[in-house]
Design a protein around this ligand. Structure first.
Ligand SMILES: C[S@@+](CC[C@H](N)C(=O)[O-])C[C@H]1O[C@@H](n2cnc3c(N)ncnc32)[C@H](O)[C@@H]1O
Length: 268
């Protein structure tokens, strides 16, 4: 979903910038900026790509914040990420703290061509796996956005989260800071498919994650699934859809597998 050629085949996410700058990990963000005031993602059923920035006639009201840290790289993934390994990162990890510091500097120095900038209506933390970043760090980013642009009361603040990377405490802390929508990266409900994708979690963690979101009162959450995976039979796909529906997310994003050069799947 970071590429205009790579949008969920069934979804409502706003499209993000085509390619992120390639200097990760030290490159910063991010910000994105859709044309006009975008509708909240739950109402935005468009798959169209926004026009280039210079054609915008309205000040941006959304920010996309890229947090490029993952435990490991999935076998289909060619996103700009940093694989941190399996231990839980700390705030002192310079791979994270340096990035966040630069990110904040970039937010502060972002210029606008508009005289007045309305407060942000939506903020989307994408990745990578933003749920690996501590709530304290997330709060510092949100505070920077609030000071620079302002964030509307009741703004939709979304975060991509991977099963196995958060507990109830973290979710509650994030909700306390205004995060009110979660995009859960499930991809499949079959152990063998998750393994063959190189996911850092299994089906058990998927259900634990769904349970945590429910017990914390997160009402607005969505599921990402990938179709056309190697070894995925039609029965498996049907099962994933059925189990997703049974979990009752507010939204489902289905991505058809794109085999990218340079990934493990690309070498098959
Ligand atoms: C930014 S990624 C989310 C990353 C998050 N850490 C996770 O793994 O769920 C958004 C979604 O894009 C989809 N995706 C990523 N690479 C893909 C690919 N090569 N083909 C199809 N879908 C892909 C996955 O469904 C993923 O959940």
């Amino acid at each position: 979903m970071l590429k205009s050629t790579f949008v969920p085949i069934l979804s409502t996410f706003p499209t993000k910038p085509k390619k992120l700058p390639t200097k990760l990990p030290w490159l910063t963000i991010i910000t994105n900026t859709y044309t006009q005031s975008p509708q909240p993602v739950h109402q935005n059923a468009s798959l169209t790509t926004p026009p280039p920035f210079h054609q915008h006639h309205h000040p941006p009201t959304s920010a996309y914040i890229h947090l490029p840290f993952c435990r490991k790289r999935c076998h289909y993934c060619d996103f700009p990420i940093v694989a941190l390994g399996s231990t839980n990162p700390t705030d002192n990890d310079p791979r994270i703290s340096n990035y966040i510091e630069l990110l904040q500097r970039e937010i502060v120095s972002t210029r606008s061509d508009f005289d007045t900038i309305p407060p942000l209506e939506t903020v989307f933390f994408g990745g990578g796996t933003p749920s690996l970043v501590s709530p304290r760090m997330v709060l510092s980013i949100l505070d920077t956005l609030r000071v620079k642009f302002g964030v509307c009361e009741g703004a939709e603040i979304s975060m991509e989260m991977d099963p196995g990377t958060f507990d109830g405490r973290k979710v509650k802390d994030l909700m306390g800071m205004g995060v009110n929508r979660v995009s859960l990266g499930v991809q499949a409900f079959q152990e063998e498919l998750l393994k063959s994708c190189g996911r850092a979690h299994g089906v058990k963690e998927v259900y634990e994650a769904i349970e945590i979101l429910g017990s914390c009162g997160v009402e607005n959450w969505s599921v990402d699934l990938i179709s056309s995976l190697p070894l995925q039979t039609p029965q498996m796909w049907e099962e994933s859809l059925r189990l997703t529906i049974e979990a009752r997310p507010k939204h489902v994003s289905v991505y058809d597998l794109q085999v990218e050069q340079g990934t493990k799947f690309g070498a098959l």
